[in-house]
Design a binder for this molecule. Sequence first.
Ligand code: ADP
Ligand code: MG
Length: 360
Amino acid sequence: MARVYLEDISRRFGSTIAIADITFEVPDGEFWVLVGPSGCGKSTILRTIAGLDNATSGSLFIGDRRVNQVPARERDVAMVFQNYALYPHMTVAENLAFGLRMRQAEPKTIRARVETVAQSLNIAHLLDRKPRQLSGGQQQRVALGRAIARQPQVFLLDEPLSNLDAQLRDDTRAELKQLHQRLGITTIYVTHDQVEAMTLADRIVVLHQGKIQQIADPQTMYAQPANQMVATFLGNPPMNILPVTYDGEGFQLAGRMIPCPERLRSSLSPGQRLNLGIRPEHIQIAADRPAHLVVEVAIVEPLGRETLLRTHSIAPEAALVNVQVAAEMRLKVGDRLPLFCTPERLVLFDPATGNNLNPA
Ligand SMILES: Nc1ncnc2c1ncn2[C@@H]1O[C@H](COP(=O)(O)OP(=O)(O)O)[C@@H](O)[C@H]1O
Ligand SMILES: [Mg+2]
């Protein structure tokens, strides 16, 4: 096992800057997730670590060794792709054993490893089959198993669950997490899915247009996003972003006022324009509390455990507000609701840069 350290890694393709000044260190044994929208540079980073692509500039370390010039097969990393390729003429057992056999491991070691991996991925009953006799989900497990069986220093996974249907994706995600808890292999996992990032990661790296936006553990990132991009990327439905003006007491929006908590006051001056961030679960129907905002329901989406309301504030400004309410509430389009925003949960963004005014 080994740490992975990227220092100022950049990669250009002609005039396209795929990734710029990427610096982070994954400590030995941790599970990190790189997440961001399509095209943000996730695969380029992973391929650079694997040695399938070369950085234009910067240094890459695996353990204490600078590996920029080390060929892929000597880096002792295993990579699994979304479009995995199994050897069609080999059985599942032979596919699992392939990496070990290439490394001239003892037949006894190979047998034991294959058995353990097959059991932990629930494919032990498939060992004698050929890949064409497997479902897509089973094939993907074999691809994961083949990488795991090698017990590499570093495990690199590029959207490995994207081809699976929803139920199987959730199950395999949980198995991956358990597997990591047991084996402790340093893992870097790429996904565009924020749920996978939140659920799997020791630490998340959010990328946008080739640049790192924030590195943090899931809870910190969810509560204290570094900027509006992170705030609206993590969480479904995303954080509400409301344009407001600070009046010395609170935040003016649509003729009402959301009070400013003490901890945020020192950084503000009256008249200042801001973007106020608040997550849907931190807005409630005011009931007997003061209404910070009055909205009109535009769309009602029952989610089972709760109901998502897409609403807009009542004129003059029509800010869009997502609210989550108890499933028992029967609301309909056009209903007017007084809302209460939990003041401790407010996050402030600079409208010019989108940056959090009080970063974690
Ligand atoms: N071989 C290549 N040639 C030219 N441009 C590339 C190449 N590989 C990636 N890119 C560009 O680099 C950027 C990042 O790509 P990629 O790392 O694949 O993103 P992601 O995996 O996050 O979807 C994109 O703009 C993509 O078009
Ligand atoms: Mg990709």
